[in-house]
Design a protein around this ligand. Sequence first.
Ligand code: CDP
Ligand code: CDP
Length: 228
Amino acid sequence: SNNKINVAIDGPAGAGKSTVARLVAKALSYVYVDTGAMYRAATWYMMCRGIPAEDTEKVLQHVPELMIELVPDPTGQKVYCNGEDVTTVIRSMEVTSKVSQYSSIAGLRTRLTENQREMAARKGVVMDGRDIGTTVLPDAEVKVFMTASVQERAARRFKELNGAADITLEQLERDIAARDKFDEEREVSPLRCSEDAIVLDTTHMDIQGVVDTIVSYCLAEKDGENSQ
Ligand code: CDP
Ligand code: CDP
């Protein structure tokens, strides 16, 4: 049918959100929106200008000029910040270690939340992040809260690095746990499971299993709407 819905996928780092969200979007011919990439791009932008997260006032002065674009690409998705391709640099350890601090600034969240709502206004969007089901798209027809044990999540990230970064599995586990804690404890739209979300513990699930589960929820939801 042409009845498009919105799908919100939230959860902690390394749960499999972006991998799964991209595949769910592909299966439904929907648009994938990676909100983490937007927070990472904003972080990169401020860091390049030497503006520390602690200087909230200065960060807020620069928020209005932020222009973040997510552009679909055969290789996945390209991220542009004020015209510059930041796809790779936003995944650096420097950005990763600071992103949660910038993400706790209310005025920055307000701005990015507005942008995200605009992207989802015509429906047919699969959006992943931390506050999509609770704050950005509280009316999303399907909400998923994806989790996995911190050991499993760190192991997944470690495997991804493939020896490229100088970090141990134990350090990665500590970094991930610290970022989750910061995201869960911030004042503004913290990482939290929406009451109406489907909780998926993917610790022992493979990617295809998770994708199939979510796609079936989406199809059931679309069918339900058609019969009303
Ligand atoms: O992929 P990974 O789990 O490492 O993180 P991400 O999804 O790229 O998000 C990076 C950081 O951005 C998170 O740790 C949060 O601090 C922040 N974020 C957020 O606050 N709200 C969102 N909707 C998405 C990300
Ligand atoms: O976006 P998020 O931080 O939640 O996680 P991700 O970047 O999509 O996934 C982290 C890694 O775990 C990727 O290398 C995925 O291929 C892998 N993964 C997995 O092994 N099993 C799953 N059920 C989901 C993801």
